[in-house]
Ligand binder design. Structure first.
Ligand SMILES: Nc1ncnc2c1ncn2[C@@H]1O[C@H](COP(=O)(O)OP(=O)(O)O)[C@@H](O)[C@H]1O
Ligand SMILES: [Mg+2]
Length: 323
């Protein structure tokens, strides 16, 4: 778990890059720091592993104040991946990957086993790459090695600063997918910087949207899309983006996915809705507080179950994330 408590950052005593941020990243959660260039994403990330000092407030990793961690402990606890993968050009892939384990004094066998394991995880044959050098690999492969290196000592926390930003769009999506698949297995606590809303929605369990060093909204992607807290958020995620995508689905699609849900007798504020109505209209009715529960009516005019905000939200979450 990463905990930020009233964290601020002043550069040169006057540039306020981070302004009183408090947020919690839960164990095993994948959180995106999103926002336009210069909003403070990199600064916030680098304060976690103390590559930048904290001017005010406190950051802790699993209950431990990061200021009190020495360099070795920090390396053990956090893996760090950056866009220009930072591989050393005259070190082999295996040596590059095992820099932190080296620092931690692992023996040869333990390092080799770990290298083999990580390469398998990334879908790369360890023996094909062990003795090669970074320039012999494609950009996508180098970036995968960057990820492997950050995971080498199995740190609970991964800090990733636009790690796939330099890749072309097709390779990028592939590497994103691979990384998501790996995350499903390893369940790291991840802070991941991006300026790309599509990447954020695809990858994140939650998104923290920043502007001028402050958090505008910290939410699940679908909640941010459906209920942006202010003008800045809705502009950033793209106005009407969700509503537009919702007009692609009808109540029928949702029923096909989840089956019929019985009307909840405790929710009194209801309204009828045809099974052929688009979800865009359905959610507008709920958000405009026309009703808290929509009763689905079939072609014969019979009640067919009910629809609540939670259910629509669940459906969208699944659709948007393609899960
Ligand atoms: N080393 C530095 N010295 C002075 N100002 C900096 C430094 N690094 C970043 N800044 C400023 O802090 C703000 C946030 O920068 P940064 O964290 O790099 O944003 P992002 O990663 O979101 O693009 C910007 O105004 C930037 O100019
Ligand atoms: Mg940055």
């Amino acid at each position: 778990m990463i905990d930020f408590k009233n964290v601020s950052k002043l550069y040169n005593g006057n540039v306020k890059a981070i302004d009183d941020i408090s947020m919690t990243v839960e164990e095993g959660e994948f959180v995106i720091l999103l926002g336009p260039s210069g909003c403070g994403k990199t600064t916030l990330l680098r304060m976690v592993n103390q590559l930048e000092s904290i001017s005010d407030g406190e950051i802790s990793i699993q209950g431990q104040n990061v200021k009190q961690m020495d360099k070795i402990k920090m390396r053990r606890n956090t893996g760090y991946v950056i866009q220009s993968n930072g591989l050393f050009p005259n070190m082999t892939i295996e040596d590059n990957t095992m820099i932190v384990p080296d620092l931690l004094g692992w023996d040869r066998k333990k390092k080799r086993d770990r290298f083999n394991y990580l390469m398998d995880l990334l879908g790369m044959n360890p023996d094909d790459y062990r003795k090669r050098f970074p320039h012999e690999l494609s950009g996508g492969q180098q970036q995968r090695i960057g990820v492997a290196r950050a995971m080498a000592s199995d740190p609970p926390v991964m800090l990733m600063d636009e790690p796939f930003g330099a890749l072309d769009p097709i390779i990028r999506e592939k590497v994103q997918d691979e990384f998501l698949a790996i995350q499903k297995e390893v369940k790291k606590t991840i802070l991941f910087v991006s300026h790309d809303i599509d990447e954020a929605v695809r990858m994140g369990d939650k998104i923290a949207l920043l502007r001028d060093g402050s958090i505008m909204q910290y939410d699940r992607p679908t909640d941010m899309l459906i209920q942006p807290k202010n003008e800045f958020v809705s502009d950033f995620v793209g106005k009407d983006r969700v509503l537009r995508s919702m007009s692609l689905y009808t109540v029928q699609n949702l029923v096909d996915t989840f089956g019929l849900k019985n009307k909840e007798e405790t929710i009194l504020d209801t309204k009828e809705i045809s099974i052929h109505t688009s979800l865009r209209v359905a959610i507008s009715m709920i958000l405009n507080q026309e009703a808290d529960q929509l009763v689905i009516i079939n072609d014969a005019g019979e009640a067919q179950g009910s629809l609540t905000f939670d259910l629509i939200e669940k459906f969208l979450h699944q659709e948007v994330k393609g899960a």
